[in-house]
Design a protein around this ligand. Structure first.
Ligand SMILES: CC(C)(COP(=O)(O)OP(=O)(O)OC[C@H]1O[C@@H](n2cnc3c(N)ncnc32)[C@H](O)[C@@H]1OP(=O)(O)O)[C@@H](O)C(=O)NCCC(=O)NCCS
Length: 175
């Protein structure tokens, strides 16, 4: 679907002066690197077609961080979900954070922050009401990161993860 077109319109930004780290859109060629990071850094794995479908349908907000050798060192992916409003017949759009990770040696450089800032700008263009995500209740680095972006806990999803850990369901208004 949109993948071929969008690989030609990737955006670059350098977030680490002398040791450049570039943030740009993910392409089909980058997926292997994204999957490798996901498998190393997070217990939740997804099949290849899942990544491909996010890439095809939500290309603009599927961003990666690459080092000077074009190795993927971080990624973020979102999807937009249509959800019926609780108090009306209206259908609302929610930007759902599917996954974010940065390799261990490149953490605390502001990569996740840059990925979040830029991808949220893209998701906003889809006219969403809110951003939502789930995070393990023990994942303090990620919870701190999301709080910086004004996410707050709306509820707890009990035993959300396969190993039985609970998730915070965090929400941030888009407007
Ligand atoms: C969470 C994660 C993506 C953060 O990536 P990062 O590039 O190191 O984050 P940044 O450098 O952009 O940090 C931004 C903010 O996040 C918070 N943060 C990041 N790492 C933290 C840590 N180890 N302890 C506490 N807060 C932390 C801080 O608020 C930080 O802001 P500050 O540096 O001004 O204090 C990274 O730790 C990671 O990949 N973890 C494994 C995968 C994961 O848990 N993903 C989230 C699943 S919901």
């Amino acid at each position: 679907m949109g993948t071929d077109k969008d690989t030609r319109t990737i955006n670059f930004s350098n977030i680490n002066g002398s040791n450049p780290i570039l943030i740009r859109r993910c392409t089909l060629e980058d997926l292997e690197g994204v999957i490798e990071i996901n498998e190393k850094e997070l217990p939740e794995d997804y099949p290849y077609f899942f990544y491909k479908s996010i890439l095809d349908n939500f290309t603009e907000s599927f961003l990666i961080a690459v080092d000077i050798n074009n190795n993927v060192i971080g990624y973020i992916m979102w999807r937009v979900e249509k959800v019926p409003a609780i108090d009306s017949l209206k259908i609302t759009n929610k930007g759902h954070l599917v996954s974010i990770a940065v390799i261990k040696v490149s953490r605390r450089l502001g990569i996740a922050q840059t990925l979040l800032t830029k991808s949220m700008e893209e998701i906003k263009k889809k006219i969403i009401d809110e951003f939502v995500l789930e995070v393990r209740v023990s994942n303090y680095p990620a919870i701190n990161l999301y709080k910086k972006y004004n996410f707050s806990t709306q509820s707890i999803k009990y035993k959300y993860y396969r190993d039985g850990e609970n998730a915070y369901f965090m929400v941030c208004k888009a407007k």
